[in-house]
Design a protein around this ligand. Sequence first.
Ligand code: SF4
Length: 491
Amino acid sequence: MEGIKKREHAEIFVLGKRVDDVTAHPFLKPSVKSFKATFDAAFEEDTRGLARAYSPFVGEEVNRFVHIHQGPEDLVAKVKLLRKLSQKTGTCFQRCVGWDALNTLYVISGKIAEREGRKEYLNRFIEYLKYVQRNDLALAGAMTDVKGVRTLRPSEQPNRDAYVHVVEEKAGGIVVRGAKANITGVAVVDEVVVMPTRAMTERDAEYAVSFAIPLDTPGVKVVVGRQINDGRRLEGGEIDGLPYMFNHEGLLILEDVFVPWERVFLYREWRWAAQFVEVFSNYHRQGYAGCKSGLGDVIIGTAHGLARQLGIADKPHVQEKLTEMVFLNEAIYSAGLAASWEARRLLKNGGWWVDPMYANVTKHLVARFPYEVAKLSHDIAGGLLGTAPSEADLKNPELRPLLEKYLQGVPEFTAEERLRLLRLLENTSLSVAYLVESVHGAGSPQAQRISIQRVYDFQRAEAIARRLAGLKAEASGDARAEPRRPAEAEK
Ligand code: SF4
């Protein structure tokens, strides 16, 4: 928190006004707190083991959020850590995008070194990684361009800046311009890692760039986005005013920003853009298994608590709904664990990546199941979820005795306890972090369907079926092998 207070030029805007100290601003303070939880996790007893890892690059323990995965166990630890952190924060804690960006840069710069013998990107990246690890920096990852006309490639856009691109090459580095949308946690970080967002052709070469910049680099602006009920943060209080942690996303605008060569990790490398996106998005899709199942725990627990307050927790139809919520939640988590245990090496010496089929299945479940879990929790909570009086009403001495009398269910719980759980359920189950992010984060559902279709080998599956049906197997499929093709990143 002290580090981000010292940023000099960071131009951050909330509701049209410039914010000087994000750690004190009521709109952003909850985001600072949830980001901070990723640092605290390395010192808290229940997460200490998960949140620390030995880095061979600096020869010491580092926070896992800046660690390069050294095997399947590290990927499993990631999912477990994210689940615990969601339980601690009740929201998205925003640091995983930068972490996935680091691992992607390690894989892609390593592949360029192995395949093409060009080691400059890898060497630069390793130096940057050591700096990040030694200083335990908070990073945002910026992938999604604003994209302009969706049917046109970057180089075909009427607005040349619709994708981040190089506008000038200088002796000491490059000058870039453009904007990245939906950037998680961007106002409360030390640095941003910028990445390409799609496959490119040679004509798009100026758009195929990746680099890292401190957030207070001249020319950088952040416009923080709105979220449902965000005005409550400005109310203060301890029930309605979102006293706990929250996340934010923002628009990152780069207006002729200078990036020194030592911070440029991909320059006009259009051939590598598609693989870059594939490696990154699969890392992030796997991560959702942890953070969204952890949020699911919060919602299931809240629904269970409300059911007890109403005296219906043991009713068969409520038990049925709670069980369904658990099943949906654990299915998400299980798929992420499978993606982690089935990890594979993309480099001769490391570069551990998730199983692309299971990572995509994970995220595709996440795009569907949280909406179901949320609906079931609303069903159990009752209509008061959408109509409960405010914290200010409860604090009004004239109203309080009446509300205490009329909002109480089972006498062992108070009306205030009920109101607190209702607000928690509202703020978690209807949040950007649990719903919109679940659909669109790490790629919209169609992106997962395309990946799933690419990785599954339908011909091989048909060969399996033909063999069992007593039909002649066709030459293309080995009926004894798994029907799974390698992803582009594995080739
Ligand atoms: Fe991390 Fe989940 Fe937030 Fe992504 S959505 S940054 S994986 S907490």
